[in-house]
Every structure is written in C-alpha cells, then in structure tokens.
Unconditional design. Sequence first.
Length: 380
Amino acid sequence: MEEIRMVDLKRQYEKIKPEVDSAISEVIESAAFINGPAVKQFAQNLSGYLDGAHVIPCGNGTDALQVALMALDLEPGDEVITSTFTFIATAEVIALLGLKPVLVDVDPHTFNMDLDATREAITSRTRVIIPVHLFGQCVPMDPLQKLAARHNLAIVEDTCQAIGSVARVAGGGEMKAGTIGQMGCMSFFPSKNLGAFGDGGAIFTRDDTLAKKLGAIVNHGSFKKYYHDYVGVNSRLDAMQAAILDVKLRHLDQYIQARRQAAQRYDSMLQGHPDLQIPVRDPGSTHVFHQYTLILNPSVNRNIMQQSLKAKGVPSMIYYPVPLHMQKAYMDEKAHPPGKLPVSEDLAQRVISLPMHTELDEKQQEYICENVLDCLEKNK
Ligand SMILES: *Cc1c(COP(=O)(O)O)cnc(C)c1O
C-alpha cells in the first residue's frame, strides 16, 4: 500500500508530469514571468469554467479577500459578518482594513454559517456578508441572497475550499460557487482543490465595473502605468503558477469526481457508527470535499484517537481547533462574546478530518477506516 498522506500532491503530479513540465518550460523560454500570456490564458480558461464570470488573478486567497473588500468603498467601523468556524484569513482582512468582523455561529451539521444567527447579527452598520463555503460545500445561497438583498448588503463569497461546487440560487437555478455574490475569492494554495506549486489566488465577479476596479486595485490601483486612481496593492499570480494551474484546471472536474468517490467510500465504511457522524450533505449545494470531516461523540478522546491513528501511519487534522471568536486577537465581548457561540465551540472539540485527496484508493481507505473503527472500540 502507498504511504497515506493527508494530501498527496506528489502522486497527483506524477500523473500529469509531462503536461506540467512542458507548461513550465514554455514560461521559462518565453521569459514572460509577470502578467504574461500564461496568466491571461489561465484567467480566460477559468472564466470559461465559471460560466463567464470575470477572473482577476492575484497573489493568494487572503489577498483576494482583502482586495474584494477594498473594492466596496467601505468606511472604518463598517461591519462585516462572517463565520467564526473558518480559517483566520477571512476575519483577518476585515480587521486589517479597519472594518469590524462580526463572527456568527455555524450549523451543527454542515459547519457553514447559520442563517438565523446571520440575520440576528445585522445592524445599521452592516455592509457585507462573507459566506465561507467550508470543506467544499456552499452556504445556502438562495436564502442568504434574499437576506442580503433585503438589507442591501454585499455578498463576498470565500470560495477558497469550494471551487466547482454548485449551489441553488435565489430566483431558481444553480450557479457555481464564487460567482453568486458580488464577488468570490479563491486560493490556489497547493493543497486546495485547484492548487498551484506555490501561492496564488483570484477574485471572481460577474459585474463588469467591479472587474475593472479589481484589476486596478491588484495593480497598485492603476489602470495606466504610473497613474493611480485607487489606493491599491501589489498582488500578482506569477506566470509559472498560472501555467501549472491551467494544466490542472483541465483535470479539475475529474479531480472533484475522485474526491466525491473517496467520500462515498468513506461514507459506506463509516456510516451508522454510534460514535461518529459522517459529513452531512446540504440539499442546497453540491459537495467537492476539500475535506472529509467527521464529528465524534463527546465521549471519544480525540487526542488519543489522533495519536493511535498516527502510530498506524494514518494522518488526520483538526480543522479548526479554535473558533475565531476565541482567538486572542479577535475576542470582542460586544460583537461576538468569547464562549458564547456554542455550536462552533463544541465542533472545535469534536471534529476530525481524514486524509482526502485525488489519489486516495480503496485499499488505503479500508486501512484508514479499520483503524478509525478500532480506535473507537478501544476508546471506550
Ligand atoms: C486557504 C483559505 C484562505 C486563504 O488562502 P491563502 O491562499 O492561503 O491566502 C482563506 N479562506 C479559507 C476558507 C481558506 O481555506
């Protein structure tokens, strides 16, 4: 059996090595390393994948979130609502821009932001909602869009974990994650579902005016060299990464299929066990399984379980051990009291993510699940 990795980028690369290597060589030979044809081509192809949404490449997913907020003409102290159960970047950029992060609790089954909590968090200063499509499944966008429209709020989707996922939207029909709100933000961090060999990111939008503005903001706020219309940043996707991503984009749907298949195999091996809950599918969204995350019963000692799994060569991760409202840097007694978003606090104690990637095979998964079940047995 192949060594089990949390994410197996090595074996994924081996399968597409000739394509990737020649794409890299082409960039080197062209010597167009910054904003060259490779970046343009990838942005165009990704736009095609996203049914025509504009794609503005940038340096990473955190920059994508920051630049999206910068494009909205917000004022210091304006409130931005997002999930407390996410990667830190989502709240970090809000705080960095002098805006106020308002963190809300999540649904106990899907891990995604709770819409009742979101509604209750809206005040006269709220300007933006950032739904985080966690682990590869979209926040229920249909009701969220209606809520945002009623209060005249922008939606900036954090799509970093959910590219290719499809959600039911307001007014009927379905749309791809990241193209539903005013903007969507994507990370091409290597372990993401569409991952580069380094950092990368992009902002998506269907709004032509916003697209132009975003393109300027990532380029020092400039449309024309040495003329600056906005306060901007320097955030670029480099050509080598774009060329690699363009190759991997051609395989993205097959990669998603492989993840779904792996998730189904996990489901069939683990479902019905009284000590754990397998991932719940939201009827309003498809799932692209960036992570396969179990919820353990409170009686299970997760630390011991992780250690025993590790001893057997089975890696696992905790996404996320501390919700953002419990982080020292983000505690705010008024906006989101520490200790008072119970679902996220409980999940943080009980979630465990199993290896999930495009190269997982049935033998590896049988071995993983045998050991998971064995740990649960011994844990009693
Ligand atoms: C990865 C990730 C980010 C940040 O992306 P980087 O490219 O690492 O900056 C933001 N939000 C979520 C939910 C992520 O998973």
